[in-house]
Design a protein around this ligand. Structure first.
Ligand code: ADP
Ligand code: MG
Length: 622
């Protein structure tokens, strides 16, 4: 029983054990499958880790090579920056050197500027001396060519000498017997070009810019080439320009060259004198031209015809426009069909005012360019009425002109300026220190012989005395020496002007790179220095005296002129189209030389505008 129980117990235990065993087996199986899963998972993770690892190492490589390339680039950049730094230092050094050089040069120029005035005055004095030695009245003869279609015409001109000699033949008396010799400062033959003629006038234009008054006029019978010489043919090419345009052109050129030391303003009036009445040819009034009064001018630079409009000009084009307008008006105002221009005097007056940028005072010059009425004698038996009146006025004015020049040439104490409107208008440019140039125009045709002879006799009369004196010293050693000195002075001036231009460029360049040398641009420092220094009273009074002795006026402040007799010369009319290009640097005169009693026309256009850039000029003393 016990055994059975035991056996039963054993069986139960066995069963239990088997049950446990089966449970354990199942658990084992479960665990095994879990293990398998885990193994698989590990494998998977291993694979993924491997691939990740690979990708990371690739990335690391990439970064490494990127870093390397950046490093190289940085190294290159450093090299480049070093090279640039070097280059910059080098450039800076060369700039420094150049600026120092410029500084030295500017200093030298500033020092030399002190001498400039002296040399300029000397230059002017020499120039004037030469002119004086050659005579303040000069007579040039110009023989016009035969015109197209006048082939085969016989000429009265026998010979033209280089020394200003002209021999004419009386066609009625062939041979030596009929020959007459005249002497001029110069004779231009039919082949002379406008340019060649002007070359001999140019010194006169320079005088105007230096503050002298100059009168250039053409005398001769109608058709002898007066207008051709003074203006040129209609629609002239530049080559054919007459004295008017060339003179103005030259004047602008000179003032431009001097812009560092002088500031010039130029104004033009154009009038005609017809039947002893003065008319403004540039008036903007419509209808018949207004008759103008002529003032007896006690101030050399007061306006002779104050009521005539004053037109500021800046360029030769302005002048051409004005002169053409004037001549157009001349035609418009003609009262008769026959050519009025041959029976009136036309006068182009150029007023020049130059401000000395250093001293602050002014010099004035004026230039009268006169195309006279035809000098032909009118047969009184043939003309009556208006024509006779015209002829009488022309005769009177031309003979008055002859008388004035004759009186001047003889240094007569009385000069009869008041005998005609013509001489009154030209008064400031005739006599005193003024320079007068007469063109004696000849028509070479034998049919004009008697007119030509009377023209030549007029010239002989007005110029004889002065020319005699001038001739005797003309070839003299003194003149030659002075001429050489002048040429060398001119040369030096031209060279210095070029140098100044160059320095200005350099200076501008420097100002264009402020701060390179750590300094402020130095624009105007020189001028500041100069204006601080100014000129001494002695210098000023010397200038004033010189200016006055040159027949120039030293005041430009007032626009009204009062002559000592109390005659108001009035304000020049400035036509509305006036353009004010640049105000003079100093509107109010400061120089003691600018006396309040005197004044001159205010011309509003300014040619040169370098008031804030005083450029000193070195002029070598000769
Ligand atoms: N030097 C010259 N060369 C060529 N033609 C000239 C010259 N001088 C004058 N003439 C011509 O002669 C003519 C008369 O000249 P012009 O100047 O009108 O004379 P004026 O003014 O004395 O009456 C014009 O046709 C002009 O072009
Ligand atoms: Mg004419």
């Amino acid at each position: 029983m016990a055994k059975t129980i035991h056996e039963q117990q054993c069986l139960e235990m066995q069963k239990e054990t088997e049950g446990v065993k089966a449970g354990l087996q199942a658990r084992l199986n479960e665990l095994e499958s879990l293990l398998n899963d885990s193994n698989n998972r590990v494998k998977e993770l291993e694979t993924s880790a491997k691939s990740k690892c690979q990708s990371w190492s690739m990335k690391v490589n990439n970064y490494q090579s990127f870093m390397d390339s950046q490093f190289h680039a940085m190294r290159d950049l450093r090299f480049t920056s070093d090279a640039i730094k070097q280059e910059l230092l080098k450039t800076q050094k060369s700039y420094f050197e150049e600026f120092n050089l410029l500084e030295v040069k500017l200093k030298a120029l500033a020092d030399a500027a002190g001498n400039y005035r002296e040399v300029l005055n000397e230059n002017r004095k020499l120039f004037n001396e030469i002119q004086d030695l050659r005579g303040n009245i000069r007579v040039f003869c110009r023989v016009r060519p035969f015109l197209p279609g006048q082939n085969g015409k016989q000429t009265i001109v026998e010979s033209i000498g280089d020394n200003g000699q002209l021999v004419v033949t009386n066609p009625a008396k062939p041979g030596k017997e009929g020959q007459k010799t005249f002497k001029f400062n110069k004779v231009f033959g039919p082949a002379a070009t406008q340019g060649e003629v002007f070359a001999d006038i140019q010194p006169f234009i320079q005088s105007v810019v230096d503050g002298y008054n100059v009168c250039i006029f053409a005398y001769g019978q109608t058709g002898s080439g007066k207008t051709y010489t003074m203006t040129g043919p209609n629609d002239a090419t530049e080559e054919e320009w007459g004295v008017n345009f060339r003179a103005l052109n030259n004047l602008f050129k000179i003032s431009q060259n001097r812009r560092s030391t002088f500031q010039y303003e130029v104004g033009v009036q154009v009038v005609e004198i017809y039947n002893d009445q003065v008319r403004d040819l540039l008036s903007n009034r419509t209808g018949p031209a207004k008759k103008m009064g002529v003032t007896s001018i006690s101030q050399p630079n007061g306006l002779a015809v104050p009521d005539a409009s004053m037109h500021p000009v800046l360029s030769t084009t302005d002048v051409i426009d004005l002169i053409n307008l004037g001549f157009k008006n001349r035609t418009v105002s003609a009262t008769a069909l026959n050519e009025r221009s041959s029976r009136s005097h036309s006068i182009v007056t150029v007023h020049v005012r130059g401000k000395d940028l250093k001293a602050g005072n002014y010099i004035y010059g004026n230039l009268h360019l006169v195309d006279l009425a035809g000098s032909e004698r009118v047969d009184r038996s043939e003309v009556t009425g208006d024509r006779l009146k015209e002829a009488q006025h022309i005769n009177k004015s031309l003979s008055s002109l002859g008388d004035v020049i004759f009186a001047l040439a003889q240094k007569s104490p009385h000069v009869p300026y008041r005998n005609s409107k013509l001489t009154q208008v030209l008064q400031s440019s005739l006599g005193g220190q003024a320079k007068t140039l007469m063109f004696v125009q000849l028509n070479p045709d034998v049919t004009s012989y008697s007119e030509s002879l009377s023209t030549l006799k007029f010239a002989e009369r007005v110029s004889g005395v002065e020319l005699g004196a001038a001739r005797s010293s003309k070839e003299g050693k003194d003149v030659k020496e002075l001429m050489e000195q002048m040429a060398s002075l001119k040369d030096t001036i031209a060279k210095k002007d070029e140098e100044i231009e160059r320095l200005h460029l350099l200076k501008d360049l420097k100002n264009g790179y402020p701060g390179i040398d750590g300094e402020q641009p130095r624009t105007g420092s020189l001028s500041d220095k100069q204006s601080e220094t100014g000129s001494t009273d002695d210098e000023k009074s010397e200038i004033t005296d010189a200016a006055l002795s040159m027949g120039t006026e030293t005041d430009g402040s007032a626009e009204y002129v009062h002559s000592p007799e109390g005659v108001s010369l009035g304000k020049p009319k400035v036509v509305p189209k006036v353009r004010v290009l640049q105000k003079p640097a100093q509107a109010t005169p400061t120089s003691k030389s600018e006396s309040p009693r005197a004044s001159s026309p205010a011309i509003k256009k300014t040619l040169s505008s370098s008031s804030n850039l005083v450029k000193p000029v070195v002029r070598k003393k000769v």
